[in-house]
Design a binder for this molecule. Structure first.
Ligand code: 2IT
Length: 450
């Protein structure tokens, strides 16, 4: 329960105005809980309206996307771009194409992204967007026409120094290619820093596809070192099989840990031998590009039983790493995970745990590594892609990987230090929120009331 009267007042305002946006409200409550100690020390924030300003996007755009499917039928989708906070750099954050996409999800992601991007130490503000377009089962031609229609509106709101979108769920290198092509056609300029996650041939960065998963494992490994445990002795339960699961599984295998589950919307697979050979890890990428969205394909390919309609959390593992989407773990799942003797929760997808689940884990002595810190390697490497585009130069894979490693270690260390500075021990959740907030707050104060 929040006691600080200013924070309570702002939260009440958010509940009153945006109470129907459940995901957005969830993330505001989560962040405010951590910020209480900071706001207690800074009563001047109230007069500056600092928290009211931080809980309202600078700009929020919704738009219509009309396009023609392969049968000649006109389809209409809804597009979103939420430009949350530009105090420390151009808005930056991914685009999600998923049928559940709505304004609440765009706002929660953009709010989270603001603190995440601040944690990277790089000059990027927070933004997020996407569409309720469902790419599943769509032909390549349909994907291209949809992306072109989407960019035909979005182009006027973005730019390399304005707002730089990237991928998220349902948006990978293929979609970024079509989006960039249409941007270039409309603007008639070569501004490839306007999007990240591009293909290598036109300004993408080496390691960007791997970066979210690799970064997550680099961060987790800092936590394991802090706890004096060796990753080689740990088992990992992962959800999902997409880009983030693929990158995480690859790096865990390389460092000698063992991934024993993957999942999809259709159910999960338990692979007791480990998702560890190059063949198995490569197959995750094949499953993703097939567009079938089925984890069952892995079970069939490698002769394993498939657990239809279930999440992987019943499988005992030392580390639980949700990598699929928001709210994968509620209180019921948290109870199963604690009873299994799991020690570490490494959130890789954005907001995979409900607030009650995080509380339950922490009360039971598990260490929770929060998504806005853990998955920041993706956007950090996007910022490195922007740097390379500005320089009209590209770094080797080793150079990018080394920078990523340093960034993830810094995020871990800064978060641990922020929590310790406020007497909160090794609380990485509070530490990430505090460290991410402080830089944004400092910049907002310096820039005046805008
Ligand atoms: O959630 C995220 O940080 C992303 N989807 C990546 C954003 C980016 O701009 O690379």
């Amino acid at each position: 329960m929040i006691k600080n009267t200013y924070l309570k007042e702002v939260l009440e305002k958010v509940r009153k105005r945006d109470g129907n946006e459940v995901e957005f409200l969830q993330t505001v409550e989560e962040v405010f809980k951590s910020l209480e100690v900071v706001v207690d020390r800074h009563p001047e924030y109230q007069q500056m309206g600092l928290l009211e300003r931080l809980t309202e996007p600078e700009r929020s755009i919704t738009f219509r996307i009309s396009w023609v499917d392969d049968n000649g039928q006109v389809q209409v989708n809804r597009g979103f771009r939420v430009q949350w906070n530009g105090a420390i750099g151009p808005y930056k954050g991914g685009l999600r194409f998923h049928p559940t996409m709505n304004l609440s999800i765009a706002k929660f992601l953009a709010f989270e992204q603001t603190f995440k991007n601040s944690l990277t130490g790089l000059p990027i503000g927070g933004g997020k967007g996407g569409s309720d377009f469902d790419p599943r089962g769509r032909s390549d031609g349909e994907i291209m026409r949809f992306c072109q229609a989407f960019m035909t509106e979005l182009y006027r709101h973005i730019g390399p120094d304005v707002d730089v979108p990237a991928g998220d769920i349902g948006v990978g290198a293929r979609e970024i290619g079509y989006l960039y092509g249409q941007y270039k056609r409309i603007k008639g300029v070569w501004e490839n820093g306007v999007l990240t996650g591009k293909g290598l041939a036109y300004g993408g960065s080496l390691i960007r596809p791997e970066a979210t998963g690799y970064g997550a494992v680099y961060y987790a490994n800092e936590m394991f070192k802090h706890e004096n445990v060796d990753i080689k002795n740990l088992t990992f339960a992962l959800s999902g099989f997409g880009n983030v699961t693929w990158g995480s599984a690859g790096k865990i295998a390389e460092l000698g840990g063992k991934v024993i589950t993957i999942s999809g919307p259709d159910g999960y697979v338990h692979d007791p031998d480990g998702v560890s050979t190059p063949e198995k890890i490569d197959y995750l990428a094949v499953m993703r590009s097939s567009g079938r969205d089925k984890a069952e394909d892995y079970a069939v390919k490698f002769g394993l039983p498939f657990h239809a309609g279930q999440k992987p959390w019943a499988v005992k593992a030392d580390v639980v790493m949700p990598c699929a989407t928001q709210n994968e773990i509620g209180l019921d799942e948290a109870k199963v995970i604690v009873a299994n003797g799991t020690k570490y929760i490494v959130e890789v997808s954005n907001m995979p745990c409900r607030n009650e689940a995080i509380d339950y884990f922490q009360k039971n002595g598990l260490i929770v590594a929060p998504s806005k810190a853990v998955n920041a390697g993706g956007v950090a490497t996007s910022a490195l892609e922007m740097s390379q585009n500005s320089m009209r130069y590209s770094w080797s894979a080793e150079e990018v990987d080394l920078k990523l490693k340093v960034i993830m270690k810094n995020i871990h260390d800064e978060s641990a230090k922020a929590a310790a500075d406020y007497g909160l021990g090794y609380d990485l959740v509070a530490g990430a929120n505090i460290a991410g907030f402080k830089k944004v707050a400092e910049a907002m104060i310096a820039e005046g009331i805008i």
